[in-house]
Design a protein around this ligand. Structure first.
Ligand SMILES: Cc1cc2nc3c(=O)[nH]c(=O)nc-3n(C[C@H](O)[C@H](O)[C@H](O)COP(=O)(O)O)c2cc1C
Length: 357
C-alpha cells in the first residue's frame, strides 16, 4: 500500500486512535432544551461522523446552567444530560469516528439569544440570568455587567469542570476539550483586557493563569489517563495590550506539564472591535508557533476549506490535526471527498458504497 497523505494518517493520542486528522470543530447549535442533546444533535453530529471525520467534537457544553452562552445550549451538569449525550456518542463511535465534547463556561458572554434571534442579552424575564466574570465589566453597552466571582465561587467552578469531565466519561466520550478561548470565562481570566482583579486571580501573568490552570489540573485528574485532553485557546486577542501568541506559548508549556495533549489554536473574542486578519488558514501560523515553541501537538482551525490546504498545514508541520467548522456545515462528507482528492484510501459507510465511484 502506498503511504497515506498526512491528513489521512491515523493519529494516536494516549489510548485513542483517530482514523484521520480531520476534526469537526465544536459548533453551538442553540437547539436544546434543559441542556440535553436531542434528535437535531444526533443527526447533525452523526452526519459528520458518517461523513468520515476522525473526531467529532460536540459544541460548547456548559459545566453549570449559568455557563451557557444561550438558554438553548447543551449542558453536562446532570445525569439526564449524560444519558442524552450517550445516545449521540454511541452513534458517532459506531461510525468509526472518535467522540469529543468541549466543556465550557461562557462567563460574561452568557445568557444571550441565538444568532438568528439577534444574539443580544436574554434577561431573567425571558429565561436568562446575570452572567458572571472575573471583573464587573460588560462585554459591550448592550450587555449587563457580570457579577464579579468571589474566590469561593471560583473554587466551585473548578469543581464543576472536574465533575463535568467525569460525566463526559460516563457518557462515553473519548476526548474532552476545555474551552479557554473566544472571550468566555477562562479566556476572560487569562486576558489582561478582561481581567481587572487585584487578588490572586488577577494582575500578573501568573495570577491570570491561576484559575484556568486549576481547571485544567483538576480536569486532568478527573479524566482517565488513557484518554486525550485538549484545550482550545485564543492564541492572540489581536489587540494591543491584550493576550499575545508569546503568552500562548508560555501557557502551552504549562498545559503540557499538566498533561494536556493538544492545544487547539483559535483566536480573538475577548473584546469587540479587534482587527483580525481573516483569510484562508489565518490562524494556522499561531498553531505553528505554539507547536514549535512549546513542543506540544496543536490543532489548526479557521478558514480551512480545501483538501490541499489542510494537507499543506500538516505537511509543513504547522499542526497535528485540522479542525473544520463552516466547511463541514456546507458539506458533512468533506473528509470522504478530501480523501478522494488526495488519493487516500479510506473506508466508506457500507450503506453508501454504491456512491463511492
Ligand atoms: C455555528 C457555529 C458555532 C460555533 N460554536 C463554537 C463553539 O461551541 N465552540 C468553539 O470553540 N467555537 C465555536 N465556533 C467556532 C468554530 O469552532 C471555528 O473555530 C470557527 O468557525 C472557524 O473555523 P471555520 O472557518 O472552519 O468555520 C462556532 C462556529 C460556528 C460557525
Amino acid at each position: 500500500m502506498t503511504a497515506q497523505p498526512h491528513l489521512f494518517t491515523p493519529l494516536k493520542i494516549r489510548e485513542v486512535e483517530f482514523r484521520n486528522r480531520v476534526f469537526v470543530s465544536p459548533m453551538c447549535q442553540y437547539s436544546s432544551a434543559d441542556g440535553c442533546p436531542n434528535d437535531w444533535h444526533l443527526v447533525h453530529l452523526g452526519s459528520r461522523a458518517v461523513g468520515g471525520a476522525g473526531l467529532v467534537i460536540v459544541e460548547a457544553t456548559a459545566v453549570s446552567p449559568e455557563g451557557r452562552i444561550s438558554p438553548a445550549d447543551l449542558g453536562m451538569w446532570n445525569d439526564a444530560q449524560v444519558e442524552a449525550h450517550s445516545r449521540v456518542v454511541r452513534f458517532i463511535k459506531e461510525q468509526g469516528a472518535a467522540a469529543g465534547v468541549q466543556i465550557a463556561h461562557a462567563g460574561r458572554k452568557a445568557s444571550t439569544a441565538a444568532p438568528w434571534d439577534g444574539g443580544g442579552h436574554v434577561d431573567a424575564a425571558h429565561g436568562g440570568w446575570t452572567p458572571v466574570g472575573p471583573s464587573p465589566v460588560a462585554f459591550g453597552p448592550e450587555f449587563p455587567a457580570p457579577h464579579e466571582l468571589t474566590e469561593a465561587e471560583i473554587a466551585r467552578l473548578v469543581d464543576a469542570f472536574a465533575v463535568a469531565a467525569r460525566r463526559a466519561h460516563r457518557a462515553g466520550f473519548d476526548v474532552v476539550e476545555i474551552h479557554a478561548a473566544h472571550g468566555y470565562l477562562l479566556h476572560e481570566f487569562l486576558s489582561p483586557l478582561t481581567n481587572q482583579r487585584t487578588d490572586q486571580y488577577g494582575g500578573s501573568f501568573e495570577n491570570r493563569l491561576r484559575f484556568p490552570l486549576a481547571v485544567v489540573s483538576r480536569v486532568r485528574e478527573a479524566w482517565p489517563a488513557t484518554q486525550p485532553l485538549f484545550v482550545r485557546i485564543s492564541a492572540t486577542d489581536w489587540v494591543d495590550g491584550g493576550w499575545t501568541v508569546f503568552d500562548s506559548v508560555e501557557l502551552a508549556r504549562r498545559l503540557k506539564a499538566l498533561g494536556v495533549d493538544l492545544v487547539d489554536c483559535s483566536s480573538a473574542g475577548a473584546v469587540a472591535g479587534a482587527r483580525i486578519p481573516v483569510g484562508p488558514g489565518y490562524q494556522a501560523p499561531l498553531a505553528a508557533t505554539v507547536r514549535n515553541e512549546a513542543g506540544i501537538p496543536t490543532g489548526a482551525v479557521g478558514m480551512v476549506t480545501s483538501a490541499e490546504q489542510a494537507e499543506q498545514i500538516l505537511a509543513t508541520g504547522q499542526a497535528d490535526a485540522v479542525l473544520l467548522a463552516r466547511e463541514l456545515l456546507r458539506n458533512p462528507y468533506w473528509p470522504l471527498m478530501a480523501a478522494r482528492r488526495l488519493g487516500a484510501t479510506v473506508e466508506w459507510p457500507r450503506q453508501y458504497l454504491r456512491a463511492r465511484r
